[in-house]
Design a protein around this ligand. Sequence first.
Ligand code: NIG
Ligand code: FE
Length: 386
Amino acid sequence: MSSTVVTGIGELVTNDPTLGDSSLLGIVRDAAFVVEDGKVSWIGSSKSAPASDQLIQVGGKSVIPGFVDSHTHAVFGGDRVRDFVGRMTGEKYAAGGIKTTVAATREAGVDQLREHTAGIVGELRAGGITTFEIKSGYGLDVQSEAKILDVANEFTQEVTFLGAHVVPAEFASEREHYISLVLGEMLDICAPKAKWIDVFCDTGAFTPEESCRILDAGMARGLLPRLHGNQLGHTGGVQLAVEIDAASVDHCTYLSDEEIGSLAASNTVATLLPGAEFSTRSLYPDARRLYAAGVKVALATDCNPGTSFITSMPWVIATAVREMYFTPAQALHAATFGGSQALRRRDIGHLGVGARADFVILDAPSHEYFAYRPGSNLISRVIAAV
Ligand code: NIG
Ligand code: FE
């Protein structure tokens, strides 16, 4: 078994508060670590680093865990640039625009979707994301949802069935029939292709009652629940997510003190998606309220053509710091450890002994540079365990 030592690290972010400076990020200075069999097997000071088969000399730069992007809609056809331009000149976002992407995605062949997704995934990885989730939800018929899930499975193990994204146009006057399709034939075909089930529980999409039925049916088939909630108002998504012990409730643009209290008392992660507020010109939620209450927080890209055509976690961090009042340390933690909690994974999102050796060497002396130097490429090298 070959070993690699990564040494000369000015700032090693481990996300293990028992290490180094005992902070949230568990920062070890003048650090080294050893990788064996795709896992971290030793952490210590550069001076005491053991001899290994290979050596990566970092030259005083910062090393962080690979980003964990727990929310993307990376498989889709077409674009929605016209919607975006409209919103920048005053139009309001409503879930209705999804139908444009549904039409383009139904039209696209598997090869075309695969090639397009490969481009998006290349961007995610180049920005330091080493684990990412992908949802369906732009097919909304049995065959197209299955096609999206098949493509998603070629790129990640974290695949989510989102047949209940919105009611498609052809079922507009028979929404109960669409829900029956999702609960029946669509789940029959799609459940074996996914790990998670998600519902867009919001105005213009599904009510909490409908969402609960759909999530229950998915859970009965072994899928794990997560939820889009509270993007467009206090629409009951957070409460439902907590009640069913969803791994995560995503968006949380609107949060009452009561909703924050129930999140804090739960195992459900609040996943904030600043790309969506940016691209829909909405007000950003204030992360200080979540941290003060002790809520588990993640940051994700929400990469999708309608409301967040964003693949850069460094951009997400910079925006979260500037607009959502995360500290740079909280934002980095949310984009790494928070993402792993939102996917209920213990092997990623940190660099303690035993963790998967997914890490990013920065072209900067500290993680604080993500917010300090927004727009500059600070990713020097991305290394993902195989
Ligand atoms: O996460 N909010 C719901 N779904 C997506 C965007 C859907 C769309 O407009 O294409 C989101 O923002
Ligand atoms: Fe989303």
